[in-house]
Ligand binder design. Sequence first.
Ligand SMILES: [Cu+2]
Length: 141
Amino acid sequence: MYRRRFLREAGAVGSAAAAVGLAGCAGVDGKPDPDVGMLAAAYQPREITVSVGATVVWENTSARAHTVTATEGGVPDGAEFFASGGFDDYESALSAWQSDFGGILESGDRFEHTFTVPGAYEYVCIPHREGGMYGTVVVEE
Ligand SMILES: [Cu+2]
């Protein structure tokens, strides 16, 4: 009971605090800070390191629309592909974006993924890929 109330109040601190974020603080009851925020055309931070089993939470902390989409070959062998919108591979995510903005994260939207295989994961924002909006999640044993 107490924890639930605390998380709700902590989540009400505001967007300035939400843009900072600390890995491993994600909970299910409230709205803690995201691990990765988004600027107009960049993830913030661009690279994050977590332990196996960690859930990374992204939040679109900007006013522009973005995606979080693992690249072709961007996940380690045996690891699960991840993408906002839940697509199975990059081509599916790309065609869904092109046809109907599939996978879109609008301002304030969140996406999360749990990483169970160690290694480096590369991901991009589909609409801003050409502009260099990419990020890396390093998952350590
Ligand atoms: Cu973007």
